[in-house]
Design a protein around this ligand. Sequence first.
Ligand code: GLA
Length: 368
Amino acid sequence: MRSIRVSSPGRINLIGEHTDYNDGFVLPAAIQKAAIVSLETRDDNLVQMIALDMGDDLIIPIDKIAKQNKDWANYLIGVIAQFQKKFSFPTGFTIQLQSNVPIGAGLSSSAAIECALSFAINEIFEFGLTKMELALLAQKAEHEFAGVQCGIMDQFASLFGKKDQVVLLDCQNLSYQYFPLSLGEYEIVLLDTQVKHALASSEYNTRRAECEKAVAMIQEKYAHVTSLRQATIAMLEASVDISVFPKVYNRASYVIQEIERTIAATQDLQARNLMAFGQKMFATHEGLSNLYEVSCAELDLLIKLVSTNEKVLGARMMGGGFGGCTINLVHKTATENLVKLVSQQYEEATGKKLLHYLVSIEEGAHIL
Ligand code: GLA
């Protein structure tokens, strides 16, 4: 019997939202909250899955791996099914899962689980996949077992994160570059709306389809354009009539701007121009809320509440949208008061509690 314990974290994304499945850039980092998988081989052909946090478990013979009616188990089963497309398992195994990545907060709790298990299986059975292959495998699991046609950002960040570094990923060719995040007197504060609206995954898939529609329309005139990465606003104007296809136009317009903004914002960060970076965070939120329409009343309220505070350099909703967290760049001396004030105002307006997390940037998937 062999065993291994792997930790794989959730992520933040500084800027570059809804750009990954459009061949654009993203700027994520792995955080201190992580999923932990303990894997132990068995001498039979059973797969036992134990969700320690929920006190739930499930046993399935390895040749009967298929979708179940337990969401938590499907993240694990999705990964096992992807390995089975490439390899055969010599024995069964027991998985014990626990996680402190908040669910539905936009911190990629599902990618953390998928990546922890992918990493553990690859190690213990010596399947020899690279980290990038594991990221792509975990993304496939999300597509096929969670039904979300996600991009590669979350799985990439969970596996490739490095302590105190952010990583600029070019989703067109999967090349990437690390650099240290130097925020000086500032820190990253996440404010958690504590809501996740039910339409989140279906709307996510719709946005992806709307972007593909924009590409198809632009391609009729500009044959070389295979994704919004190669498109410009001028091309969009010439190809998509906003009065006939307002949604397609607006979605693509947001993405084209966000891809450019991410590059410019990365330069701001490297030049330590945090003011300019913060302004771009606000601009991203505007676009996500008005053009891409993936925000919600609770997220917009949180942005409004911090936007006039001079100690907050920038803020925006983070991740897929329709709930979850905002990411805020806050002067360290002001965080405590800000959280107190915004929590009060948020609770008064919505009747909901606000949670907050101070982010520290940690190592990606690793053996414990
Ligand atoms: C979710 C997806 C990612 C990415 C973000 C939006 O987190 O899983 O692939 O598309 O939304 O940037």
